[in-house]
Design a protein around this ligand. Structure first.
Ligand code: UP5
Ligand code: MG
Length: 235
């Protein structure tokens, strides 16, 4: 079974050896969009330029699957079916990663989560009191474009291929996106929490719009935070 942190637990007496939970709220941004819409690409751009931490739920699940842990088989089976893994697994992987950083100094990009109502409820249970979700960035892309991009990635990936990157599974992922993820985006949209980006353009054009959507919410530029030391010309 998976250990779930709940609000209920946090009311119990603190256990001396438990790591203390951060006292500040974590500033988070959900990054959603169908398979191949460019979530990973745009988050990488943001991390390259700004002080964000990028947590891809899909990447965390693939690492967990590859670790051979007790949940590995379940994760593999569900991902190969293009379905969504139970939130108890995913949200705890996300939280464990988040706890590695100083929340006072960090802004988190949560890529590919939440994807269904179970995910929304699980986030609320486990991180609802501790995280402040500023908005959801939605990368809007038509399904033909998504599939073409994934097919191209499959062709170019060689030995690095993701185990869920086959045409058949990609089509299932795209269907799940339409059936279960889009209603979640619409739910956030009704609450005025979605920034919608046309993700069908060239990567740099999309990136310009992504930066614009963040506006004042962008953390400091990396070049401002860590000035590059002057080189002496010596090796
Ligand atoms: N590319 C990117 N942008 C482009 C552009 N503007 N123009 C042209 N090409 C562009 O991009 C995909 C490809 O397109 C790349 O080759 C890129 O160069 C090119 P990428 O940035 O990787 O897109 P991304 O949206 O990240 O696509 P990805 O395949 O990662 O999306 P998925 O949503 O399918 O994958 P994810 O890893 O998020 O989830 C995988 C599976 O894990 C899910 O299907 C599900 O089974 C499971 N999962 C859960 O169960 N729960 C979760 O919370 C999360 C995942
Ligand atoms: Mg991705």
């Amino acid at each position: 079974t998976v250990k779930i942190s709940t609000k209920f637990e946090s009311k119990s007496e603190p256990v001396p050896d438990m790591p203390t939970e951060p006292s500040v709220k974590a500033e988070c941004f959900f990054v959603l969009g169908g398979p191949g819409s460019g979530k990973g690409t745009q988050c990488s751009n943001l991390v390259r330029d700004f002080n964000f931490v990028h947590l891809s739920a899909g990447d965390l699940l693939r690492i967990e699957r590859n670790s051979g842990s007790k949940n590995a088989k379940l994760i593999e089976d569900i991902c190969k079916a293009g379905k969504i893994v139970p939130v108890e697994i995913t949200v705890n992987l996300i939280k464990d990663e988040m706890l590695k950083y100083d929340w006072e100094k960090t802004k988190f990009l949560i890529d590919g989560f939440p994807r269904n109502q179970d995910n929304v409820d699980g986030w609320e249970r486990v991180l609802g009191d501790q995280a402040n979700v500023k908005f959801m960035l939605f990368l809007d892309c038509d399904e033909d474009t998504m599939l073409k991009r994934i097919m191209k990635r499959i062709d170019n990936s060689g030995d690095e291929k993701r185990y869920d990157d086959t045409e058949e599974i990609a089509r299932k992922r795209i269907k799940t996106n339409k059936d279960t993820c889009m209603p979640i985006v619409e739910h956030f949209e009704k609450k005025g929490l979605v920034k919608n980006i046309d993700a069908s353009a060239q990567p740099n054009e999309v990136y310009a719009k992504v930066r614009e959507a963040f506006g004042d919410a962008l953390p400091v530029l990396k070049s401002e935070a860590e000035p590059i030391a002057e080189t002496t010309g010596l090796p």
